[in-house]
Design a protein around this ligand. Structure first.
Ligand code: SF4
Length: 753
């Protein structure tokens, strides 16, 4: 049987897959050795992708809630009624009353351009997204230090001598191409060091050369101590700081006048061992990678800032084997700031909680308050797409209450999720395996850039359409898509894309404002001949590539010039496994060209951070860490990564049959003290609520620290499977700047159920 090329959609690695299809069912899956980035690498989730595609709760037709039940309606009726209601809400209550939740996912981002077009056309800026669950604190810091919130560094793993992995368990969470292979190689190499900072003995800590088991919630204190030790010992890179860094002198004393020994006492770490790690980090070709373990803990945004400060002090940003800026199709586009700075008047804050947009998105944590508020501008209509707030975001109880108050809740999805079940309208989208899609940002790398568009491998069995097409139809119904001239339609129908490109340029010259709706225009014209609006928008993205990208493309054999976009487009269609689309000369590449600060230097002078660092004092921290102890003697980490969870992508519990998947991990000393036995059910209580779950006694966690996975408590075929972690997470337990949830530090108590 033929193997068809596609990809996994369960995490941001988007590994290449090959599948066999029989009777329109995916029946066999393997890693695709031809995929440029993953080279056959795959984990258990990718191999179980059929459970994402085929299950009893797939949506087939547009649905409308009538009374307590859903009724099937036509697309025409669905689009007409939703458009009418959106328009009426915005007319009566203003554009701030409407928000988009999701609108794109890492695996299926193409719908985003259509969803944002609808949002903006209705006059709203409120785009809420899962990225603001995890990463926007870091993006905010990168905006301050690198001048652009969209510029993140990645560890240069191929060339590094030492990886400092902080709150990151790549042996389970992946989050870098071929994570298990790369980390195993690194840990086995006698000339390279893997140092893991994690409160518990994670799967990655187990293979590390050095493991620093930091006390939960003290990571900021540890970073402050590390910078202090490096300066004290004179291991900092003064020459680099003179050439590359601005503003450090204003904060230097925060590290030099600091009691690192006392701080490490609070972190429950050995001073000599941390000092040794600091020496290695400052004197080797080192890099740093952190993840949700610190992005979702106390002082989250400050930690991201301290990481950039540590890397700067040691001269590791933009250095070989250090933290580098990946290159990609965005390179050389002038790097426009992706969002107006939060200080700019044109950038909205949320009405009640006053959070700014970071990279143009708002934190899901605040949406319940924004709906339940008494403010006249409160949210009244929400369209959810590619998201399941009732399971994926903090505080299910708050979300249920808030969504029940909305005048209009519309869900665009492939499955009857918990959020869809609460909606007024449910609109069925094609799945990742029934449509063209791909994420050009995931192909960014160094020195090579890859690109893949996954073709459909199975056919839809109902009336599903591309999610982007759903947003386009709504925009069209509301009159937000300009009339398309006959000449452009004819050029599209001719099948000659060169002719179409010329006609498009002519049209945009005659009506420059139409450029605002370009993806919609492409979808309605070229999309018809290509059979996909996603593909048409992708074609548009490849036109007018800037000189820097043309140069990169030439290095891998493409031909710079006006035909380059079409040449790349054809290559992508011919190679569903993905292609190398560009490369830079690693030896001469200047990473600092990615900086958008006015002087081209790294800026460490953020007043908000200066104030926050002053709070990270051993005496104060030690007191704060004990504040909740009486009522809540345990710390819960909600979000254990493992082979048995995949957010809510794999809804059919059959993929975990026979596995011990949804348990709470507890150290044997705690279990003994509490009189608990492995396998019994326990009740966890937090400020947000209570849940019961099976206990798993293991030394892989530390005393006082329990862990549960996310992605359970899903309703499948009318039955609930596992424990919903987000009944235990409070949406107001969040970062002060980014509003991201602090899932890895939740005070709780545990009792026998
Ligand atoms: S879940 Fe596994 S197979 Fe899927 S993309 Fe991530 S690492 Fe690859």
């Amino acid at each position: 049987m033929e193997w068809k090329k596609t990809g996994c959609v369960c995490c941001a690695n988007l590994c290449g897959l090959e599948v066999q299809v029989e009777n329109n069912r995916i029946v066999k899956v393997r890693g695709d050795k031809d995929h440029p980035r993953s080279e056959g690498y795959v984990c258990r989730k990718g191999l179980n992708i059929a459970y994402h595609q085929h299950h009893v709760d797939r949506l087939m037709y547009p649905l409308k809630k009538v009374g307590d039940a859903f009724e099937r309606i036509s697309w025409d009726q669905a689009v007409h009624e939703v458009a009418e209601k959106l328009s009426a809400t915005v007319k009566e209550h203003g554009p701030r009353s409407f928000a988009l939740m999701g609108g794109f996912t890492v695996a299926c981002p193409s719908q985003g351009t259509f969803a944002i077009h609808l949002l903006r056309s209705l006059g709203s800026q409120y785009s809420y997204n899962a990225l603001a669950q995890e990463l926007t604190g870091r993006y905010w810091v990168d905006g301050k230090t690198f001048g652009n919130q969209s510029h993140q560094t990645v560890p240069h793993l191929d060339e590094t001598d030492m990886l400092l992995a902080v709150g990151w368990n790549p042996m389970m969470s992946h989050h870098t191409p071929q994570a298990r292979r790369v980390l195993t190689r690194l840990s086995k190499d006698p000339n390279r060091l893997l140092v893991v900072i994690d409160p518990r003995l994670s799967e990655t800590a187990k293979i590390a050369d050095i493991h620093l088991p930091v006390k939960p919630g003290t990571d900021a204190l540890l970073y402050r101590a590390m910078i202090s030790i490096i300066l004290e010992e004179g291991w900092h890179n003064q020459d680099y700081m003179d050439r590359r860094v601005s503003g450090f002198e204003a904060i230097r004393s925060l590290f030099t006048d600091f009691d690192a020994k006392a701080a490490l006492g609070v972190c429950e770490l050995d001073y000599a061992r941390v000092r040794e790690v600091c020496r290695f980090f400052a004197t080797r070709k080192s890099c740093l990678r952190s993840d949700l373990g610190v992005l979702m803990t106390r002082h989250s945004t400050l930690i991201s800032y301290l990481e950039n400060a540590l890397l700067s002090v040691c001269g590791r940003i933009g250095a070989e084997g250090g933290n580098i800026f990946p290159v990609g199709l965005r390179s050389g586009r002038g790097n426009p700031k992706s969002t107006p700075d939060e200080q700019e008047a044109r950038s909205w804050r949320t009405v009640t909680s006053h959070y700014p947009a970071i990279t143009s998105i708002y934190p899901p944590n605040v949406m319940p308050e924004e709906i339940l508020s008494g403010h006249p501008d409160r949210l009244r209509a929400v369209v959810v797409s590619g998201a399941n707030p009732l399971r994926s975001y903090a505080d299910t109880t708050a979300y249920e209450k808030a969504f029940s108050r909305l005048d209009l809740l519309v869900t665009v999805d492939i499955a009857m999720t918990e959020t869809a079940a609460l909606s007024h309208y449910v609109l069925p989208a094609l799945s990742a395996y029934e449509s063209w899609d791909g994420n050009p940002l995931i192909g960014e790398g160094f020195p090579k850039v890859s690109l893949q568009m996954r073709p459909p491998v199975v056919k839809p069995e109902g009336e599903q359409i591309e999610a982007g097409e759903i947003f386009l139809r709504l925009s069209d119904r509301l009159g937000f898509v300009p009339e398309i001239p006959e000449s452009l339609n004819k050029a599209a129908d001719s099948g000659d894309r060169f002719r179409f490109g010329m006609a498009l340029m002519e049209y945009l010259r005659s009506d420059p404002k139409a450029a605002r709706s370009l993806p919609c225009i492409l979808s309605k014209t070229l999309g018809k001949t290509l059979g996909s609006g996603n593909l048409a928008a992708f074609w548009g993205l490849l036109q007018n590539l800037p000189p820097a990208v043309q140069e990169m493309a030439a290095r891998v054999g493409f031909h710079p010039g006006p035909g380059l976009g079409e040449e790349i487009f054809k290559a992508v269609l011919q190679h569903p496994e993905g292609i190398w689309v560009g490369e830079v000369d690693a030896a001469t590449w200047d990473h600092f060209q990615a900086l958008d600060t006015q002087d081209g230097r790294i800026h460490l002078d953020a007043p908000e951070m200066k104030e926050w660092i002053q709070e990270i004092d051993p005496v104060l921290e030690s007191k704060r860490l004990r504040e909740h102890e009486e009522a809540y003697p345990f710390i819960l980490s909600s979000g254990r990564h493992m082979d048995f969870n995949a957010n809510t992508s794999l809804r059919d519990p059959a993929w975990n049959e026979g596995k011990r998947a949804c348990t709470v991990l507890m150290h044997p000393e705690d279990a003994e003290r509490c009189g608990f036995n492995d396998g019994q059910r326990v009740r966890i209580t937090t400020e947000a609520g209570k849940e019961t779950i099976e206990l798993e006694v293991t030394r892989s966690t530390r005393p006082g620290y329990i862990m549960i996975p996310q992605g359970f408590g899903l309703v499948h075929g009318g039955k609930t499977y596992g424990t919903n972690a987000n009944r235990l997470t409070k949406n107001t337990h969040r970062d002060r700047i980014a509003g991201t949830p602090l899932h890895r530090y939740i005070p709780c108590k545990v009792e026998a159920a």
